[in-house]
Design a protein around this ligand. Structure first.
Ligand SMILES: [Zn+2]
Length: 100
């Protein structure tokens, strides 16, 4: 677990100087209803019996990449002066906690 400060002193390329920026955790994009074209194709292919081609195998994320138990963290920094946002990627951790 990693404790991340709520305010970080980071360089703002827009203002050209260091600012104490607010830190928030970037959330992964939410899928808006319905399935994607590839998901619809997979659903069609998985019906019935017989060889399901590439969909007979489990996805690579469930086999090869399953050895990784942590995730990289994306932090979003907001500049108080110009209100612009920057993304700061953080090393792998299992859990993130914001400390004051
Ligand atoms: Zn700025």
């Amino acid at each position: 677990m990693v404790k991340i400060p709520e305010v970080m002193n980071k360089y703002c390329p827009s203002c050209g100087k260091h600012q104490s920026m607010k830190v928030k955790q970037e959330k992964s994009a939410r899928r808006k209803g319905g399935l994607s074209a590839m998901a619809r194709r997979e659903k069609r292919k998985r019906r019935g019996y017989g060889n399901k081609g590439r969909y007979s195998k489990r996805p690579v994320t469930q086999t090869k990449m399953a050895s990784k138990t942590s995730k990289k963290v994306d932090l979003r920094l907001t500049c108080p002066d110009c209100n612009k946002k920057w993304v700061l990627s953080y090393p792998r951790t299992k859990r993130v906690e914001f400390a004051k």
